[in-house]
Design a protein around this ligand. Structure first.
Ligand SMILES: O=P(O)(O)OC[C@H]1O[C@H](O)[C@H](O)[C@@H](O)[C@@H]1O
Length: 349
């Protein structure tokens, strides 16, 4: 593979940083944004673009890709890659005057090489109504590998969103689990509000065979019905057409169960009380230039989000949240994948 020498490659050439439990290396590919590689002892790896702080690959010890990336993803990044886990800030979707999903996913972030310790829950300001108080631990019990990335307001961004902020994301990798800890600090002299989402593109064998559990009976805004408020009637979400919904006041655990692939993704979240479920289906997929025509069959987005009640921060305040994405293969279970066993294993039932 050809390597490109850039300012970043000069600065970080050959660097393996191991400070404050950080363990990453830089990858430089031709015509692509610098990428960071996180690895951990049991063989899981993650690749993170500095452009958008977007995780674009998460692999297990057998080198199987655990995130969806479009077959037509545009890697010469001028906008967020279609796939992985883009970060939507300070606006989710088109719910405001900014560009769709906000600008954070389309900016070059920096590595925070000497990150400050995470604030304890009592010192951090969380204005969202999280339903969770739990703190996840590494599924392997080993120390995770972490990287801290930071985005600050630029003079250009201040023209469209006139609020000075610092957005920090700590991404940690351990066996079977990847964690995001986003923090937004108001560094301005006036209060501001924002919405936020971690958009998780998960790969599935066949979208028609997928169930999303944990959102039943909840209210949601249906983007396909001009944001109309509806109530989920089904006992699990299944897919036979386009879905674009923001579920409200969701539990801290949601499961995406792929019967055919015999895999379950468990999404655990704190301080992000909404959850978005999105699949574009065939017509919309054809309209998206960076999504293959039939890619919609192989993906589903289930996002941790704060949408209904935007986060409000006074000057100096900080909001902190957390998302764990946990990969559970049916090899943990004997015989056929039984959703009730999976959910029982996860402590959901
Ligand atoms: O194409 P993107 O900007 O990544 O957005 C992908 C989708 O995200 C959200 O769910 C919006 O409600 C959709 O209308 C949009 O198509």
């Amino acid at each position: 593979m050809r390597r490109r020498r850039t300012a970043h490659s000069e600065e970080f050439k050959g660097e393996i940083a191991k400070m404050n439990r950080q363990s990453y290396s830089f990858i430089h590919e031709r015509d692509a944004s610098p990428k960071l590689l996180l690895s951990e002892p049991s063989g899981y790896t993650a690749e993170i673009l500095l452009f958008g702080a977007q995780v674009v690959s998460w692999k297990n010890e057998r080198r199987q890709e655990l995130l969806f990336v479009s077959s037509r993803a545009a890697w010469n990044v001028s906008k967020a890659i279609r796939g992985g886990v883009p970060i939507c800030f300070p606006q989710f979707s088109n719910l405001g005057t900014l560009e769709q999903h906000g600008f954070a996913r389309n900016r070059l972030w920096s590595v925070d090489k000497s990150p400050s310790p995470l604030p304890s829950p009592s010192t951090s300001t969380s204005t969202s109504t999280s339903t969770s108080t739990s703190t996840s631990t590494s599924t392997s019990g080993s120390t995770p590998s972490t990287i801290d990335l930071v985005l600050k307001s630029t003079e250009d961004d201040l023209k469209t969103w006139p609020h000075r902020f610092e957005l920090r994301i700590r991404i940690s990798l351990s066996a079977g689990k990847i964690t995001w800890i986003p923090r937004v600090r108001n560094t301005d002299s006036r209060p501001f509000t924002f919405t936020f989402a971690l958009r998780n593109y998960m790969p599935v064998s066949d979208i028609s065979e997928v169930r999303v559990e944990g959102l039943e009976t909840l209210d949601y805004f249906d983007h396909l019905l001009q944001g109309e408020r509806c109530t989920e009637q089904a006992d699990a979400i299944t897919f036979d057409g386009e879905v674009d919904r923001a579920y409200l006041s969701t539990p801290s655990k949601i499961a995406v169960i792929d019967h055919e692939r015999k895999v379950t993704y468990e999404l655990r979240k704190e301080a992000m009380c909404d959850a978005v479920v999105w699949n574009p289906w065939d017509k919309k997929a054809k309209a998206l230039p960076d999504l293959g025509d039939s890619d919609y069959k192989k993906m589903v987005c289930v996002d941790s989000a704060v949408i209904e009640t935007p986060i409000a921060l006074k000057p100096g305040e900080e909001w902190k949240s957390r998302q764990d994405l946990i990969y559970v293969s049916s090899s943990y279970f004997s015989g056929t994948l039984d959703p009730s066993k999976v959910l029982g294993y996860m402590g959901m039932k």
